[in-house]
Design a protein around this ligand. Structure first.
Ligand code: F6R
Length: 255
């Protein structure tokens, strides 16, 4: 696991976008595993900039998003499909037919999860998986549990996650209580993994992820068993790692 220092959110976003851009440059038909939430928005903005400057071309790329709220259609402005369209897809030359997100409007959870696993499998797996991290260590919507779920599945969101995500909704009651998410097994099969994290509120969970025990009640801790993981995080999110294990951080400025 490589941990790269960024001084703030903007630097984190630039560094993460550079990694994704080099992946696309080296393999024009890359399968990009994408995430939603606040953490990757800046990364998407930087990728859009590179596209506008003529430095990046998305027309060969395929995408597979991590998750979607169950019960929301893709035109619902709180759906992750809507988020992806409005934060990335509509600004770049991606072919929308090559973009994939679990279908939250499919009420048949079993059928939808099976369908989405097949979508990812038919793409040949993910080349680079972008991740954020929840305060409880969730990746995708894989919440703390007794085991690491393998394939796409339907989850009940924890109160902590509903609480964290209510900022995007008019009222807490409007936050869907279930979601479809790629499993940890699928995430771990990605050839490369890139996590972005920012803010003091992520410092403890990032420390547990990088330095604690690998266990399913900190789902992100399993990333330590993956051969090619890069975490790009800002100084605030890295503060506990910097305090307890500074040797793990690449690019840490000398005091
Ligand atoms: C979103 C996702 C979630 C978020 C996590 C952190 O697709 O998979 O795991 O990455 O909840 O969210 P932010 O970035 O909003 O703190």
């Amino acid at each position: 696991m490589k941990i790269l220092f960024a001084k703030d959110y903007d630097e984190m976003s630039r560094k993460a976008a550079n990694i994704i851009a080099s992946q696309i440059t080296m393999k024009h038909n890359s399968v990009l595993g994408l995430a939603t939430g606040s953490s990757p928005i800046g990364t998407y903005k930087e990728l859009i900039k590179k596209y506008e400057q003529g430095d990046l071309c998305f027309d060969g790329c395929y995408t597979a998003n991590l998750d979607e709220y169950r019960g929301l259609t893709k035109d619902n402005d709180q759906s992750y499909a809507y988020f992806m369209y409005n934060n990335l897809f509509k600004y770049v030359n991606i072919n929308m037919d090559k973009t994939n997100i679990p279908d939250g409007s499919n009420p048949d959870a079993e059928a939808e999860c099976k369908r989405y696993d097949k979508v990812v499998e038919d793409l040949g797996g993910v080349d680079i998986q972008l991740l954020g991290i929840g305060h409880d260590g969730h990746i995708g919507f894989n919440e703390p549990d007794d085991s690491f779920p393998v394939g796409t599945h339907c989850v009940k969101l924890t109160d902590m996650t509903i609480e964290a995500n209510k900022r995007f909704f008019a009222r807490k009651e409007d936050v869907p209580t279930e979601a479809y998410t790629m499993g940890i097994g699928t995430i771990m099969k990605a050839k490369k993994i890139l996590m972005v994290a920012s803010g003091k509120d992520k410092a403890e969970i990032l420390y547990k992820t990088a330095c604690g025990e690998v266990k399913p009640d900190v789902p992100a801790s399993i990333l330590r068993l993956h051969a090619d993981v890069t975490i790009v995080a800002d100084e605030a999110a890295l503060s506990m790692i910097i305090e307890k294990a500074p040797e793990l951080v690449i690019g840490l400025p000398k005091k």
